[in-house]
Ligand binder design. Structure first.
Ligand SMILES: [Fe+2]
Length: 244
């Protein structure tokens, strides 16, 4: 089995198209998409159109929930602009996405942790200091009852693979559309790049392998687009490949 795992596209159709071109070279049987599809000051409508054509298993991220569920308290000004830009139809698609899914009886998919789409699973937020790596105990505490060899999650936008003591693997493919890094983790710092991130996952010789990939694309064009929405923080993140 070989699948591609993407997450946190955040309306970045340029990054998504670059990743899809790379995926096409890897002969995967399916694309798994961990959510946060359309929320971002970029190209939400175009991104929805590209995703509508994909043969993929997709789940819902927290920002998809904010957009789709109509809870005014969860929406900010940027969400309202995105909702305006999406203009109808893709909202129905967002609304029917499941919170979690299992692919091939082997890969458990969640956006945050299996318990919550707002929980940062493999890296934790520390007040004013960014992220720190989660401990093995913290990671295990979020596992669902059901036992699978692989669990994948998004939400932090930080790519990371963790092999638990019992051999099970939990990984985050990073973000296609707004990659970030744990600046308190030397391994993560070594990977800092504005390139689009995703993962190829393969079962070979009875073992699972997670290949974290970084795909260069015209991130400065995405940065300029964010700036044209008046979102300078997004523009800076897309230019630098990290969130301060
Ligand atoms: Fe996200």
């Amino acid at each position: 089995m070989r699948v591609a795992v993407i997450s946190d596209v955040h309306a970045n159709v340029l990054a998504l198209e670059a990743v899809l071109a790379d995926i096409a070279r890897h002969d995967v049987e399916k694309i798994l998409n961990l959510g946060d599809h359309l929320a971002g000051p970029l190209w939400p409508k175009k991104t929805a159109a590209v995703m509508a054509e994909l043969d993929m298993v997709a789940i819902r991220g927290n920002t998809d929930r904010y957009l789709a569920e109509g809870d005014a308290d969860l929406r900010d000004e940027e969400d309202l602009k995105v909702i305006d830009a999406i203009d109808g139809e893709p909202m129905g698609w967002l609304r029917q996405l499941p919170e979690t899914a299992v692919y091939g009886d082997a890969i458990f998919m969640s956006h945050g942790s299996p318990r919550s789409d707002e929980t940062y699973w493999l890296d934790r937020k520390v007040k004013k200091q960014g992220f720190r790596r989660s401990t093995v105990e913290e990671i295990e505490a979020e596992l669902p009852r059901a036992d699978y060899p692989l669990y994948c999650c998004g939400h932090t936008h930080i790519a990371r693979v963790v092999t638990l003591p019992d051999g099970r693997i939990v990984f985050n493919p990073g973000s296609v559309g707004r990659p970030s890094f744990n600046m308190n983790d030397p391994e993560s710092v070594a990977r800092v790049s504005p390139a689009a991130a995703y993962a190829i996952v393969e079962l070979s010789a009875g073992k699972w392998h997670v290949n974290l990939r970084q795909i260069a694309y015209d991130n400065m064009a995405a940065s300029a687009m964010a700036q044209s929405w008046g979102m300078s923080e997004w523009a800076r993140d897309l230019a630098e490949g990290r969130t301060r």
